[in-house]
Ligand binder design. Sequence first.
Ligand code: ADP
Ligand code: MG
Length: 264
Amino acid sequence: MSMIYEEAAKTHLEALELKTACTCLDQISQQAAAEQWSYSHFLGYLLEKEVSTRHRKRVEMARSMARFPYLKTLDDYDFQAQPTVDERLMDELATGRYLSEGRCVVLLGPPGVGKTHLAIGLGLALTDTGRRVIFTSAVDLVRKLTKAVHENRLHRVMSHLIYPTLLIIDEVGYLQLEPEEASLLFQVICKRYDKQQSIILTSNKPFSQWGDVFANDPVMASAALDRLLHRSTVINIKGESYRLKEKRLAGCSSLINQNGEPVN
Ligand code: ADP
Ligand code: MG
């Protein structure tokens, strides 16, 4: 490459915002000359670097914005150990097709059976294609919204929760909500429903006890369930905690019973 075109190439790559291609140009040009690549091989290689770097950055950004509490994929989930979860159904959900119709996914079951793990796995399947996901526990969600109410910026915070492709609300029902908190959670569910935006929700409480979750307001609970379940996939996970089961199988059976409770 003559000097004048070499400089022009860099300027144009920069003008086209092909940053990685610009940075790698010298090194790839030298490699192309040394290995006698064809022109199209050189161009393809340079653009491949640009596109793959962009994709990696988009995924990193989507993952970090999602604020997952930990990273575990569906591949990390031991479906053999948990026969009440249908692996094919999870694979289907991982395609993200449910999003197009604003379908919700509700994961129910006792502690330790992998509800949070599966919700994160489904979230990661989306962030790995660069889509916007937000993960939050129900308690953090209502605390954030309550604070926003007091600071007079509910509208702004609410729109951040409505806009992403997927909102994951974890641990609904672990703590009973105050009336104002229940109403804020209800608003999030309604607004996403109205915009046909999906929610993945996990809970240790069966639907029959959701009145308690929503500050002892069965009317609000049933209105929330109406929206969540209108278009939904409900996965009811049964059985004992995965970790406690592992411990039991590893020989601590004299210490822990089938319900995961210590025994004398
Ligand atoms: P839950 O949200 O239902 O209380 P978690 O998703 O927090 O349960 O799971 C607790 C721990 O056990 C996590 O580390 C999770 O990865 C692991 N776990 C639970 N079930 C399985 C499973 N079937 N295969 C692999 N790991 C599991
Ligand atoms: Mg959990």
